[in-house]
Design a protein around this ligand. Structure first.
Ligand SMILES: [Zn+2]
Length: 541
């Protein structure tokens, strides 16, 4: 029988969920660890057909049918192996490779490749402990790496000179370049990695197939990786996965951090299930690989804007993988730190706190929608609703999708429409804006939703309801924006004035008797005040 390259069928299994494929023919329900349904291979009324996503097998306790994703398609659709693979490849959106068995030459080439990358790694590891690698060793030690960790992760140093191309000059140049370690330039072969701290990247069989090199002189990019080769595909490789796999099973979850050093430090501080993508971008393939073990992922990002954005990206990527038993969470490390620093400065317990208090996906999505849309306007709510609908439609498990939509409907009713009730209990403290201004602002928000979005933060800080219908303003878009900006500035000056009083009050309480200090405060405030007045004037022109 013709055989496909194992790596292709492996990838098919990796990309496709057995439960998804079987659900197309047989309704399944989850009970315990497995899914159950009525066997498609014999006639029955009570389900005895069990599917294990984790193990990748189905088994019927009634008739004894048993197999994996490929045999299921073959048997249930009466297809031969070749056509079953074709159908599965279609589902996975993958192109069918030519049927071929790995030739002897190919196997030999792969063996040679690994021989080269592994001996290169040995050379790098030796150099780290020699004079030439002193600064690299200093750096990695400063990052809290023990000799033991350096050895475990096979960390090394690639010097500036072309060590690999010269040491391996007796090896066929095509073989050398196939590993990505050596390139051919105008003046002959040269090393791809130079003056880099070297982190090897392992394949599923624990062989070194590529490297990630960190720059040591502060030059950007911080990391460069081996370019894609026959045996290394960046989009499908997760850093640290070979070490983490066992723990991902044991802990029944994986943690994804942003950096490779973070992943190593986490693994060595009680979070063995931690991995990192190579480079910055997380891919669907990464998530598919992790979801093969279980569908419980905690993402750990920086708390800054970039981190929030990356988290949202991850959230959208992970939605199609969501099942009713998945636990997807988002943790944020705040204060401009990364997990590595948290562990070093505050210890494992601080990190546990961060991971344990991670936000579940359903809340993360909800919070983001509320932050990003102007919920107290009908337009903003409509946009938010569309976005939420887009997100939930990505969930493939229909029953679960329905449950989540209902949950969000509940929240919309309770939280978004609550302010409607507030209208009947007017708050006498708010607004401290005269009614004419209030009307103009409201009419601007209704007439120009784009301005509402632009000044979302400011408008929501006013704490006023935008729901009631007001008379249309006859301001043009430009004048409307001018109006909002000048109103914003007026409010700001007002707050500055009250702040000034506060500061002066404090200064007096603290018994500042030096009149020059008081004068200085007065001058500084006046300066700020004048600047704002000028801005205001400019705006009114
Ligand atoms: Zn059966």
């Amino acid at each position: 029988m013709a055989k496909y390259d194992n790596s292709f069928t492996d990838e098919l299994r990796q990309r496709l969920s057995l439960v998804d494929v079987i659900s197309r023919r047989v309704p399944l329900t989850k009970k315990g660890q497995n899914y159950w349904g009525c066997c498609p291979f014999h006639n029955e009324k009570t389900p005895s057909f069990s599917v294990s996503e984790e193990k990748g097998f189905y088994h019927c306790f009634g008739c004894g049918e048993h197999g994996d994703i490929i045999s299921f398609v073959m048997k249930s659709e009466n297809l031969d192996f070749k056509n079953a693979i074709k159908e599965l490849a279609d589902m996975a959106g993958m192109k069918l490779p030519e049927i071929k068995q790995k030739s002897k030459q190919q196997l030999e080439a792969e063996e040679n490749y690994v021989k080269i990358t592994e001996s290169a790694s040995k050379i790098y590891q030796d150099l780290l402990y020699q004079d030439i690698g002193k600064h690299a060793l200093e750096y990695i030690k400063k990052r809290g790496f023990s000799d033991e960790m350096i050895k475990k992760y096979c960390i090394g140093y690639a010097p500036k000179n072309n060590i690999i191309s010269s040491k391996f000059s007796n090896i066929n140049i095509n073989k050398l370049t196939s590993t990505g370690l050596v390139r051919i330039g105008e003046y002959g072969p040269y090393d791809f990695f130079r003056d880099k701290l070297m982190f090897p990247i392992f394949n599923a069989h624990n062989q070194i197939v590529a490297f990630s090199g960190r720059s040591l002189d502060g030059s950007e990019p911080k990391y460069i990786n081996t370019p894609d080769t026959e045996l290394f595909h960046k989009r499908q490789t997760i850093f640290g996965f070979n070490f983490a796999r066992e723990f991902i099973h044991k802990q029944n979850r994986s943690i994804i951090v942003e950096g490779q050093i973070d992943a190593i430090q986490m693994q060595n501080h009680g979070f063995g299930e931690t991995v990192a993508p190579l480079g910055t971008a997380l891919t669907e393939d990464h998530i598919a690989i992790l979801c093969k073990s279980n569908r419980n992922i905690t993402f750990c990002f920086d708390g800054d804007n970039a981190g929030q954005k990356a988290a949202m990206r991850a959230c959208l990527l992970v939605l199609p993988f969501l099942r009713d038993n998945s636990e997807i969470k988002f943790a944020f490390v705040t204060g401009g730190k990364d997990p590595d620093e948290i562990l070093k400065n505050s210890g494992e317990s601080a990190m546990h706190k961060i991971i344990d208090s991670a936000t579940p996906l359903i809340d993360f999505l909800w919070d983001n929608v509320n932050k990003n849309y102007l919920i107290n306007t009908p337009g903003g709510r409509a946009q938010a609703e569309k976005f939420l609908k887009d997100c939930t439609s990505k969930i493939t498990d229909k029953i679960f999708q329905n449950e989540i939509e209902q949950e969000y409907n509940q929240r919309k009713f309770n939280q978004w429409h609550k302010w409607k009730q507030q209208k009947y209990t007017p708050n006498i403290e708010l607004p401290d804006i005269d009614s004419m201004t209030l009307n103009v602002i409201k009419s601007i928000v209704q007439k120009y939703p784009e301005l509402s979005e632009k000044y979302l933060e400011f408008l929501s800080s006013l704490n006023i309801s935008f729901d009631d219908n007001v008379q249309d303003t006859n301001l043009s878009l430009i004048d409307a924006e001018k109006y909002i900006v000048s109103f914003k500035l007026q409010r700001y000056i007002k707050s500055l004035q009250s702040e000034k009083q506060e500061i002066l009050k404090k200064a007096l309480e603290n018994n500042i008797s030096d009149p020059s200090v008081l004068q200085e405060i007065e001058d500084k405030l006046k300066e700020a005040h004048d600047k704002l007045e000028t801005l205001l004037d400019m705006n009114n022109k």
